[in-house]
Design a binder for this molecule. Structure first.
Ligand code: 5GP
Length: 126
């Protein structure tokens, strides 16, 4: 079946500069910005600039350069936010909701970085 990318999704508009964002980091292939409806004191979204819908789409089809850049960007954002447990930060959680069961709202790959409070169990009981 494959993925069809909707270039009218809100993150595509942010990438094109049609909608503003509170930028945290920009690299050659990635962009990080604060979530508009934060669910924790620290809530940042990291997205690739390429047209990828989900993490599996990206992991299977992105170039090595894009994957390396995105992975490094996640680390750089954690460092900028001061949340690295190994550096005295209070820790964080990465979440990448995908598809219906994952309750993905925006169909452009994004990883949530959340921190600043105890985040509770990994998923709510079914
Ligand atoms: P999802 O449920 O797809 O994993 O999460 C999408 C996230 O995007 C939500 O946390 C939502 O608050 C955030 N979001 C939706 N629209 C915008 C926007 O226009 N700007 C920003 N910064 N975040 C948005």
């Amino acid at each position: 079946m494959g993925y069809e990318y909707d270039d009218q999704n809100i993150f595509a508009k942010i990438l094109r500069g049609e909608i503003p964002c509170d930028k945290v980091l920009e690299t050659e292939h990635s962009l990080a910005f604060r979530d508009i409806r934060p669910q924790a004191p620290v809530h940042v979204l990291v997205i690739p600039k390429g047209a990828y819908v989900t993490h599996d789409h990206f992991a299977l089809e992105a170039s090595d350069a894009e994957i390396a850049d995105f992975t490094r960007a996640l680390g750089q954002v954690c460092k900028l936010l001061g949340v690295q447990p190994g550096e005295g930060g209070s820790g964080y959680r990465l979440i990448s909701n995908s598809g219906d069961d994952g309750v993905q709202e925006v169909p452009h790959l994004h990883v949530h970085i959340m921190s600043g409070r105890m985040l509770g169990r990994m998923v709510s009981p079914g």
